[in-house]
Design a protein around this ligand. Structure first.
Ligand code: PLP
Length: 390
C-alpha cells in the first residue's frame, strides 16, 4: 500500500543546511537557518533558562501527565507580556502547544471547527502557514504583503479585506515578519484593526518573535490594537525564539472573546484537537519559561539577554543599511525592517552564484538570517553581494 504514496518535496531549508555543512570553506556564511546567532555564530541557551532548568531539576518531583492544555502556570504567566498588564483577563484563555507551529495548527483547526472556510494571508509568508492551512482544508486566499520598495502593502490588505466575507479568517504576523522583516507600522495597525472589525472577519495573530523587533511592548502593539477593537480573535505564540528554546517546542494558543461561553468552547475544542494530535505538549521548556517568569531576578536576566540579541541585530541592520546601494540592491529598507529576517531581491541564479562563488548560504527566496552576520563576516558578505548583484 505504501507504494501508492506520492513522494513529497524535501524541505528546502533542511537541504540547504546539508549543503552548508558539507562545504569545506572556512569562511562560508550561513544565512539560511532561522535561529538567532551571537557574534561568535553560536545559538546558546539563555542564562535565565539554564538557571530555571537547574531549579527544575532540583525541585521537580513528578513527571505525571498534566493534560492536553499543558502547564497552565506557563500559559497564564505569559498573558501580561503578550496582551498587556491591563488586559481584561476574563476575555482570554489559552493552552500550551508544541511550539508556535502547534499553536498555529490549533488556531486554524479551531477556526475551521467554528465554521470558517476561507483564510486570507499576505505572501510571502512563513511557508508552514500555507502548509497548515492546506492540511486542515481551509481555502487559502493570498495578497501581497510587501510593496516593491520594501514597505508593508496596506493597500493590498485593504483590497483583500474588501473582498473578504464575514466569517472568513485573516492570518497576520504580529511582528518581525518572516520572511520579509517588513511589519505594519503602528499607524497602519490603527487602520487595520477597525477594518477587521467592520468586515466581521476572525483575526488569527501569529506572534513568534516578540521582543526581537523593537522590544517586548512595542512588538505587541498591533496584536493589542486588534484585540482592543475586535470582539474575537485567536493568537498563536512561540517562546522558541525569544527564550531560545527552539528544540524544546514551547508555544501557546490563546482565544480572545467577548463572551465566556464562546471562550470555554474555543478551549474545549482546542483541548480535543490537542488530545487527538499530541495528547499533551512537551513540558520541559514551558516549565522552564514559567520558572523564569515567576522569578523577578530571572525575568530581569531574560529581558536583558533579549535586549542584547535585539541590539546585535540592530547593529547588523544599521551596518547593512549604511552600505546604501550594493550592486542593484537597495540596502536602505533593511535598516527599518525588524527581526531575524529580511529578503534580498536576488534571482535564483544570483542566489546560486553567491553560494558557489562565495560560500554564502541563503534560502531560495532570497531570505537572509540577519543574525548570521557578524563583525567578522559582514564585509565579506557585502562584497559577495556586490559581486553577484552587479
Ligand atoms: N510563526 C512564524 C511566523 C514563524 O516564523 C515560526 C518559526 O519559524 C513559527 C510560527 C513557529 O515557530 P516554532 O514552532 O519553532 O515555535
Amino acid at each position: 500500500m505504501l507504494e501508492n504514496l506520492a513522494p513529497q518535496p524535501a524541505d528546502a531549508l533542511l537541504a540547504l543546511i546539508k549543503l552548508h555543512n558539507a562545504d569545506p570553506r572556512a569562511d562560508k556564511i550561513d544565512l539560511g537557518v532561522g535561529v538567532y546567532r551571537t557574534s561568535d555564530g553560536a545559538t546558546p541557551v539563555f542564562a535565565a533558562i539554564k538557571a530555571a532548568e537547574k531549579r527544575l531539576l532540583d525541585t521537580q518531583d513528578s513527571k505525571a501527565y498534566l493534560g492536553p492544555e499543558g502547564d497552565m502556570g506557563f500559559v497564564h504567566a505569559l498573558i501580561p507580556y503578550v496582551f498587556g498588564a491591563d488586559f481584561d483577563r476574563s476575555r482570554v484563555e489559552g493552552m500550551q502547544a508544541p511550539g508556535g507551529t502547534g499553536a498555529v495548527r490549533l488556531a486554524v483547526e479551531v477556526a475551521k471547527r467554528a465554521g470558517i472556510k476561507r483564510l486570507w494571508m499576505g505572501t510571502p509568508s512563513w511557508p508552514n502557514h500555507a502548509q497548515i492551512v492546506n492540511a486542515i482544508g481551509l481555502e487559502l486566499k493570498t495578497f501581497p504583503h510587501m510593496t516593491a520598495d520594501g514597505a508593508a502593502d496596506l493597500d493590498a490588505l485593504k483590497a483583500a479585506l474588501a473582498q473578504a466575507e464575514a466569517g472568513d479568517a485573516v492570518l497576520l504576523h504580529g511582528c518581525c515578519h518572516n520572511p520579509t522583516g517588513v511589519d505594519y507600522t503602528n499607524a497602519q495597525w490603527d487602520e487595520i484593526a477597525p477594518l477587521l472589525q467592520a468586515q466581521g472577519v476572525l483575526p488569527i495573530l501569529d506572534l513568534a518573535y516578540q521582543g526581537l523587533g523593537a522590544g517586548m511592548e512595542a512588538d505587541a502593539y498591533g496584536l493589542r490594537k486588534v484585540l482592543a477593537t475586535v470582539p474575537e480573535a485567536l493568537v498563536a505564540y512561540s517562546c522558541d525564539k525569544n527564550f531560545g528554546l527552539y528544540r524544546d517546542r514551547v508555544g501557546a494558543f490563546y482565544a480572545v472573546t467577548s463572551d465566556a461561553d464562546a471562550l470555554a468552547k474555543a478551549m474545549s475544542n482546542g483541548a480535543t484537537i490537542a488530545r487527538a494530535s499530541w495528547s499533551m505538549p512537551p513540558d520541559h521548556g514551558a516549565a522552564a519559561v514559567r520558572l523564569v517568569l515567576e522569578d523577578a531576578e530571572l525575568t530581569k536576566l531574560w529581558l536583558a539577554e533579549l535586549d542584547e540579541m535585539r541590539d546585535r541585530m540592530r547593529w547588523v541592520r544599521d551596518r547593512l543599511a549604511a552600505a546604501q546601494q550594493v550592486g542593484t540592491v537597495n540596502m536602505a529598507p533593511l535598516g527599518t525592517q525588524h527581526g531575524l529576517f529580511s529578503m534580498l531581491p536576488l534571482n535564483g541564479e544570483q542566489i546560486l552564484a553567491i553560494r558557489e562563488k562565495h560560500g554564502v548560504y541563503m534560502a531560495g527566496s532570497g531570505r537572509i538570517n540577519i543574525a548570521g552576520l557578524t563583525n567578522g563576516n559582514i564585509e565579506k558578505f557585502i562584497e559577495a553581494l556586490g559581486d553577484v548583484a552587479a
